[in-house]
Design a protein. Structure first.
Length: 569
């Protein structure tokens, strides 16, 4: 089935109409179902947050902010096998970077284990839960299908007393992992498979990152989630669309326990082209060393986007633009990149950097002379101020800005053609020097017009090409990392045709350029500032994987979307 992919461009308007969740909250307040709004963002601390989580974060915290309410940050930590305190810390860092704060309301489902256990006992006493001896495979096999009812467990009708005894002994550690589970007693013939006696607790002898060895039974997500919402007084529990079929179970637990009952509302996730949103698969990339950790700038994680040079404003703008929907969305990566360009256009200072240097010698420039030229830090905003750029008779320009035998309408440097050096002078190519072994041009010999200082000609003659440059004696060496899309196809997920998502990894997603030449001002570049390298793109200084004193820049985005899938050749 062909996917509909949103390809809204730079000027795509932010939707102003109220989406269905806003309307639902409006209705709840008007009808006095709730007299306030209290939301929560409930990540599982088993990986880093990605761009898909950003949508949920903006929604959960955004609704609380819009309606004058509160938003909790809660770790839904019910699976000790995959959770870690490091993930908790990174989740907090990412949310703060995105611009949201939970105040003193950092919560953990693990804080509620005792209350959840007591509620499980209450359901057993009501005859609404029982201990089952079937193993996981038997339970799965007896669950039935969409067209056939499930088969009741032979242990379903144990007495309340026996179930209480067995469940308490489960907690005491008398049984092996997988030997018994606690199940809700609902309806094995329900058309909703989630109501066919779902598992509430399993035995898992594994230390929890917060509770240690205190517990050997752990609640399942479906049992812990709604009750955690209730404990915290959450009014609106916003979940992704795959939990829509779980909502009747969410409601059943709250109703049977007679506890405060939040309202669950589902919204659709989105998929981003040339990327994946599965934490399991992202973890696989990390563990197999196919990327440089969770925060690799090619990863769709918030940490990766931050390291690459994305701003929190650009990510929030992206989330606003894609909106909130009931229908799963495919969003073009270009929209995310355009949001970054739009943001950085107004806040990134301009500098000059030459990524693939070609030496230029101005033979009529006074030997040994140097001068300082005034350059604007932003073309349209005077508040950015100016800087002084050194100029000399030996420069570097980019190799792409010279061609010995150019095609028509080539307006950059070529033999006999005059171009403007940004903030400097007009120069004309008079000769070239080539490597005798390869025939490659290694130096361009030029002359300059001293009357064109500042880039204007007093006689009114025009040139069509303007080049960026760096003075060779003053140039600072730098490494530049050009990051691109991680996959070669729009949808790299497994397609059931024998291909794995790993088969679509882009071998050209990282190009490392050494020996780049940058302005002296960049020697002390602030890692928190994004710079526009004029005519090249937006860059940020890398600090995580470099030695002291080493100057490395990551490309956040090119100046325009010119990406195309790499050749398979």
């Amino acid at each position: 089935m062909e996917k509909e992919i949103s390809k809204e461009g730079n000027n795509a308007p932010v939707k102003e109409s109220r989406h269905f969740i806003q309307q639902a909250i409006d209705s709840d307040l008007a009808e006095k179902r709730f007299d306030h709004v209290h939301t929560r963002f409930p990540p599982e601390p088993n990986g880093y947050l990605h761009i898909g989580h950003a949508k949920a974060i903006c929604l959960d915290f955004g609704m609380a902010r819009e309606f004058g309410g509160l938003c909790n940050l809660r770790m839904d930590d019910t699976n000790p096998a995959k959770e870690d305190m490091h993930y908790v810390e990174m989740i907090q860092k990412d949310i703060r970077w995105l611009g949201f704060d939970w105040g003193d309301r950092l919560c953990f489902a693990s804080d509620y284990y005792e209350q959840l256990y007591d509620w499980a006992l209450a359901l057993i006493r009501k005859g609404k839960a029982y201990v089952d001896d079937l193993n996981a495979e038997e339970i799965r096999r007896n669950r039935g299908s969409l067209t056939e009812p499930g088969v009741e467990s032979p242990y379903r009708n144990r007495s309340v007393e026996e179930n209480l005894d067995l469940f308490q002994r489960m907690r005491a550690g008398e049984f092996k992992d997988g030997e018994k589970v606690l199940r809700a007693r609902i309806d094995m013939a329900s058309p909703n498979l989630n109501l066919r006696d779902p598992i509430m607790y399993r035995i898992q002898r594994m230390a929890h990152y917060r509770t240690g060895d205190k517990w050997c039974i752990y609640p399942m997500y479906d049992f812990a989630h709604g009750q955690s919402d209730s404990i915290e007084g959450i009014t609106h529990s916003m979940c992704s669309l795959e939990f829509e079929d779980h909502r009747p179970l969410y409601d059943w637990f709250c109703r049977e326990l007679g506890i405060f009952h939040p309202r669950q509302i589902e919204f659709a996730r989105f998929n981003l082209t040339y990327s994946i949103m599965s934490k399991r698969k992202l973890l696989q990339l990390v563990e197999e060393g196919r990327v440089d950790g969770w925060d690799d700038p090619r990863m769709p994680t918030l940490s990766g986007l931050r390291r690459r040079g994305y701003t929190p404003e650009s990510v929030r703008d992206f989330c606003d633009r894609i909106g909130v929907s009931k229908r799963p969305q495919w969003i073009d990566m270009a929209l995310l990149e355009n949001c970054l360009r739009q943001d950085l256009e107004h806040k990134a200072p301009r500098v000059m950097a030459v990524l693939r240097p070609l030496k230029v010698t101005i033979r009529n420039y006074p030997q040994g002379q140097e001068e300082m030229l005034v350059a604007n830090n932003h073309p349209t905003d005077p508040s950015f101020g100016t800087r002084m750029v050194p100029f000399s008779g030996t420069l570097f320009i980019d190799q792409e800005d010279f061609m010995e035998h150019p095609p028509k309408k080539y307006f950059r440097l070529t033999p006999g053609q005059e171009v403007r050096l940004r903030y400097a002078y007009f120069i004309k190519c008079e000769d070239v020097i080539k490597d005798p072994a390869t025939g490659e041009v290694i130096e361009v010999i030029c002359t300059y017009d001293p009357m064109t200082k500042g880039g204007d000609s007093p006689d009114g003659r025009k040139v069509k090409g303007t080049l960026h440059w760096v003075s060779a004696p003053h140039a600072v060496d730098a490494e530049v990392r050009l990051y691109d899309r991680l996959f070669t196809v729009e949808d790299p997920e497994d397609h059931g045709d024998g291909h794995s998502f790993l088969d679509f990894l882009n071998s050209q997603s990282l190009e490392v350029l050494k020996g780049c030449k940058v302005e002296p001002v960049l020697a002390s570049a602030d890692p928190d500032v994004r710079y526009q390298f004029e005519r090249v793109g937006y860059f940020v200084r890398e600090t995580r994987t470099v030695a002291d004193g080493e100057l490395v820049f990551n490309r956040a985005a090119s100046l325009k979307d010119s990406w195309s899938p790499p050749s398979k050749a």
